[in-house]
Design a protein. Structure first.
Length: 419
């Protein structure tokens, strides 16, 4: 991830005209803004079967037959999946990888953004590539890719035994496994989902289905001794390396650690487990009773309940605050520290916190326009496009990025001006 301390926090406002792009091209697709706010980009059609990317009004030097999934990585690189001469690859700031594939999809990257990975198909076998380095081993099918936090490792669910769609008996014996950096586990399962790579990159944990009715977590191909009615995605503890996962026992959900039940509480649902940065707190989205949703922290549910859903759970950098997105009564809300912000929205994105957690902000949609909520206050900017806010590491300034009336706007605001 690029160091936010090095971004331009002194210039209050920068503007780039993007309305004029429409007259230069056949059409212009969705805008994307870099995390530092310095660049705005979009895929643009320049003719039959010919596309480019326009960045701050300048086109990529090389056009492509197709360009899709254009995104900025956290380290401010502009990446896309591109097709040229019937082959697919990844382009980074307009420069394609050397490797070409029959097809490429599921682009992802690590939190820092310095490692971009994709799934690929080549000669009807499947694998992953990271930073232009394909797996040496390929498989008959691949799905559900993931990447380690440091970007050095990738993993995916792979099919290791050939089977037709009608071969139910063979399917029940287990034809799926998981591969870490292309090396497959030595055991097959009926299904494999929800994989996580340990922080040091040496272990891989996943949800596995042992039979039609038995589920558990497998670590490096070895299942936990106990089985459950169902499980959700495992998580590695950030400091002690233990593995926790939501499990269903006796028709109710709870949290297990290394195969043993950890939480005493039982819930109608429990998932999306998150740890505080120091690992001292564990939070999850739970349903304490049918049709009601909230957040539980260390097995203690919040008193605030909503009737549709809770999602996008996150901790503040200091670990003392928790935010989420909630839907209640047909409207979307920001949920922070067991309190719904009063402003109902048409849509809400995951909230972000400043360093000490005293300020939370979120991108929102209200009455067909995009904007920003800061500690519950709707800022007076209305936009056709917007991106989640960012905070300076000192916690005293925030960066806002939006497209307003055909102009891309980058704003730096002191927190004191918006509270």
């Amino acid at each position: 991830m690029s160091d936010p301390r090095l971004w331009d926090w002194e210039t209050n406002e920068k503007r780039i005209d993007v309305e004029g792009w429409k007259s230069r091209f056949e059409w212009v697709e969705e805008f994307q803004a870099s995390p530092d706010g310095e660049r705005v980009a979009a895929v643009a059609n320049i003719g039959e079967g010919e596309f480019t990317v326009c960045v701050n009004g300048e086109d990529w030097e090389t056009p492509f037959e197709k360009i899709w999934n254009l995104r900025f990585t956290p380290d401010n690189r502009l990446v896309a999946i591109v097709s040229d001469a019937g082959e697919w690859t990844v382009a980074v700031d307009g420069i394609p990888w050397e490797n070409r594939f029959g097809y490429v999809w599921d682009m992802l990257w690590n939190p820092a953004g310095n490692a971009v990975a994709v799934c690929f198909q080549q000669d009807m076998t499947y694998g992953m590539a990271v930073e232009d380095k394909p797996w040496e081993e390929t498989y008959q099918h691949i799905t559900d890719p993931t990447i380690s936090d440091d970007g050095a490792h990738t993993a995916a669910t792979v099919q290791v035994t050939a089977a037709s769609e009608t071969d139910i008996d063979l399917f029940k014996q287990g034809i799926m496994s998981a591969a870490l950096d292309g090396t497959v586990w030595d055991r097959n399962f009926v299904n494999v989902w929800g994989k996580r790579i340990s922080p040091d990159g040496t272990r891989l944990a996943a949800e596995v289905r042992l039979s039609l009715y038995d589920y558990t977590i497998a670590v490096d191909g070895t299942p936990w001794e106990k089985t459950f009615q169902t499980v959700w995605e495992p998580c590695f503890h950030p400091t002690d390396g233990s593995i926790v996962a939501p499990v269903r026992v006796g028709g109710k959900w709870t949290l297990a650690k290394n195969g043993d039940i950890l939480w005493a509480g039982r819930y109608g649902q429990l998932w999306h487990v998150r740890f505080s940065p120091d690992g001292r707190k564990t939070a999850a989205i739970v349903s304490p009773k049918f049709g009601k949703w909230t957040v539980a922290v260390d097995d203690s549910p919040w008193s605030t309940r909503v009737d549709e859903l809770v999602t996008d759970l996150c901790f503040s950098p200091d670990g003392n605050h928790i935010g989420a997105v909630a839907k209640n009564g047909g409207k979307w809300f920001v949920l922070v520290d067991d309190r719904l912000w009063s402003r109902p929205c048409d849509m809400v994105w995951q909230p972000v916190f400043n360093t000490d957690g005293s300020c939370a902000a979120a991108k929102v949609e209200v009455e067909g326009k995009y904007g920003f909520l800061v500690n519950g206050r709707l800022l007076p900017f209305r936009a056709e496009a917007a991106w989640s806010p960012s905070f300076h590491p000192d916690g005293k300034r925030m960066l806002l990025r939006s497209v307003e009336e055909g102009t891309y706007v980058r704003r730096v605001l002191p927190i004191t001006d918006v509270l």
